[in-house]
Design a protein around this ligand. Sequence first.
Ligand code: PMV
Length: 337
Amino acid sequence: MQKATALAHPNLAFLKYWGKRDSKLNIPLNNSISMNLGGVYTQTTVEFDNALAEDEVLVVGQGAEAKFDRRVSKHLDRIRSLAQVSTRARVKTQNSFPAGTGFASSASGFAALTLAAAAALNLNLDERQLSILARQGSGSACRSIPDGFVEWIAGETSEDSFARQLATPDHWDIVDVAVAVSQEQKKVSSSEGHELALNSPFWDVRAGLLPSKYERMRHAILERNLVTFGQELETEAMMMHSIMMTSAHHDNTSWYSGIYYWLPDTLELIMAVQTWRADGLEVYFTLDAGPTVHLICLESNKSMVAEAVRRLATQHDRLNWVITENHPAPGARLVDG
Ligand code: PMV
């Protein structure tokens, strides 16, 4: 085979990866836990062709971005070197979700690219090897390889830093009701943010708390204990954002006391969640490196949560909020091109 197509979902971290032990290899400072998001995906076709002098990258619906093309080529080089070939490839990739819906395409994109390229070159890689490869393209992409609920074992070397399944997608019928409150691109990329994590004076506190938090969250998922899970989820999101907001740094023009990914609407939703829960609606939030609020609830409460969000949006005249529903989903897989 010289051509293959793969599909992968973005994943939502419940226990976060923020800070790297090794920036080149994307080895994280801590274990993390996530769920694949069924409502959104990236589909990527890779075709190796001896007639090509250079890799060609087409992102459907988006203009060419030299930086992204270079990242894709560099990733293909890793896979070519495993297969011991130098053939260039044509890559066509398409996201089911437009920019501004609050999902980063790097995890789903690099997971789909890894699987499609490895299959096109007939590399017989197991899930762990695919995950290790995907991680080198974009850290959290390694968690989009296995199915359902996933844990990324931080490891210390490239070979022992990989993601594996914690539970199947049908293990627990929880839903992520994602509320994207802004369509603007964030000012500090997650790659830059990872580098700044250790600037926070609270990093050591976080590092001390993480191992037991990881165990509690893992067990809460395995036991389908929404109360414990939800409490770990929210406190984890707040702890990561505390690190972000206290990562002081300079750039060429100014000094910043930290990175602020929230917008006023983010806080509006955070506060609404506390009220909804006090009123008996069981829902918990988490946040990544952006203003989008992910509301986690049982499938049976999904409509009530989405309705509560729509009411809040109407009250505050927020016509730009985009709501997406995501069920736990399988990992990266080959599909017909
Ligand atoms: O994989 P990256 O470099 O996009 O980093 C992901 C960072 C967070 O989304 C904030 C946390 C995580 O674990 O996904």
